[in-house]
Ligand binder design. Structure first.
Ligand SMILES: Cc1cc2nc3c(=O)[nH]c(=O)nc-3n(C[C@H](O)[C@H](O)[C@H](O)COP(=O)(O)O)c2cc1C
Length: 170
């Protein structure tokens, strides 16, 4: 993998997150890691000098959330289309129940006190800056709550500063 600047990124964030999906991963070699598929999130600028930031949203039930809560970093891995089946699997079973990473045939790379996968075509290494659970009284339209949170299991949003972007060195 080679590091590139966020200034050199040419991507459509809507396709990248919403259609291609990403793997959210946290943890390290010593204390273990977990990963899950995510298709809700944002890329943009916030704080500092328009610092590049990523936002992800995790429901309380996700095992990955325990790792993201515990660690200072999380990573976002963008995979090739050929990994769609593995991503569907990683987004439907929990790391509490099985060794998802091994079953999906992914190779963890432990770096910068976090984990990403050697098979990724792009990796964003993010330092957690802010986390907060979405609040019911913040919703302007109640139907979003009714449609998405019948159990009131509101997502926690995590804002991470994108400290490193790695792309496959082809
Ligand atoms: C395409 C897709 C997108 C998903 N996006 C999210 C998301 O943005 N946030 C979230 O909390 N769960 C999302 N999920 C659900 C988690 O990936 C799923 O519950 C996963 O099994 C959690 O694994 P874990 O318990 O090992 O963390 C998504 C699942 C799929 C298949």
């Amino acid at each position: 993998m080679k590091e590139i600047s966020y200034k050199d990124l040419v991507i459509n964030p809507f396709d990248l997150i919403g259609k291609e999906w990403m793997l959210v991963t946290a943890g390290n070699e010593e204390s273990g890691c977990n990963t899950m598929t995510a298709s809700w999130g944002h890329l943009g600028c916030l704080w500092g000098h328009n610092d590049p930031t990523a936002i992800i949203y995790l429901r309380p039930s996700r095992y990955t959330k325990e790792f993201v809560d515990r660690e200072c970093y999380f990573t976002l891995c963008i995979m090739d289309e050929s990994f769609k089946k593995q991503m569907a699997y990683l987004g439907s079973v929990s790391g509490r129940d099985e060794d998802k990473i091994a079953n999906a045939g992914l190779t963890p790379v432990y770096e910068d006190d976090t984990t990403y996968f050697a098979e990724a075509k792009m990796v964003l290494i993010c330092k957690k800056l802010y986390q907060s659970e979405l609040q019911e009284d913040g919703f302007i339209y109640q139907d979003i709550v009714t449609d998405n949170y019948p159990q009131h299991d509101f997502h926690t949003m995590y804002i991470g500063k994108i400290e490193k972007i790695l792309v496959r060195d082809e």
